[in-house]
Design a protein around this ligand. Structure first.
Ligand code: MN
Length: 236
């Protein structure tokens, strides 16, 4: 007998496949790092000086998750829908006020992800000093490939990260160019949140972000981590 008495069926728990397994990774929260590659910060008109600045974060609702390979409708409310290719770090342990040395025990695995963005709405919010939710935390905006258990990869410090649209190269960089690397991000983020198994972190995008249109096919690759793809459908 159930002890609960919901007024409607609760939504399914968002989750992602685990590569090479029939198991799934339940997703608790989605954190995203802003401006974590210098060339992307510059193209957004907001250069980063690591000596005087700290990383910053926004979140997406776990219900925004979409698995790699999906077709999503061109979203409502925008005429400037952008891709952002990112390394996703999946958290597998509890951690609060971590040091950088704690990073290895925190990482369950990695995935290739797309932080899809309504750029026009994000920039309006940014200029007005308002929250980014309309630009970032919208339906089907967090695209993620199956999570590859970290295993021998340990804490990733390098590896090519690329994105193509319809086969045309758009983004090409290396994880070594992250302004704040993975241990630094985990140490910093955990000053503000109790990290928990099921949290995933989009670590930021390199330069070359840009718009997509209905019919476009996005494909991304991260060396040793995997691939992510997305097809843009017609607007609803
Ligand atoms: Mn991003």
């Amino acid at each position: 007998m159930s002890a609960t008495n919901y007024v409607f069926a609760p939504p399914a728990l968002p989750s992602l496949p685990v590569a090479g397994s029939s198991a799934r990774f339940p997703v608790k929260r989605i954190f995203c790092v802003g401006r974590n590659y210098h060339a992307h910060a510059l193209e957004m008109g907001k250069p980063v000086d690591k000596a005087t600045m700290k990383p910053f974060y926004f979140t997406k609702s776990p219900s925004t998750l979409v698995e790699s390979g999906a077709t999503v409708p061109y979203p409502c409310g925008t005429s400037n829908y952008h891709y952002e290719m990112e390394l996703v770090v999946a958290i597998g342990a509890h951690g609060f006020r971590l040091t950088e040395a704690d990073a290895p025990r925190m990482i369950f695995g990695y995935a290739a992800g797309l932080d899809m963005t309504r750029r026009d709405l994000q920039l309006v919010a940014r200029e007005q000093g308002r929250p980014w939710d309309l630009g970032k935390d919208f339906e089907k905006s967090a695209v993620c490939a199956p999570i590859l258990p970290a295993g021998d990869l340990g804490v990733l410090t390098e590896g090519e990260i690329t994105l193509q649209v319809n086969g045309e190269p758009k983004q090409s960089a290396d994880l070594a160019q992250l302004i704040w690397n993975i241990p630094e991000l985990l140490a910093d983020l955990s000053q503000f949140y109790h990290l928990e198994p099921g949290d995933i972190i989009y670590t930021g995008t390199p330069e070359g972000v840009g718009p997509v249109r209905p019919g476009d096919r996005i494909s991304g690759h991260i060396d040793r981590v995997g691939e992510v793809s997305l097809t843009i459908g017609q607007p609803e």
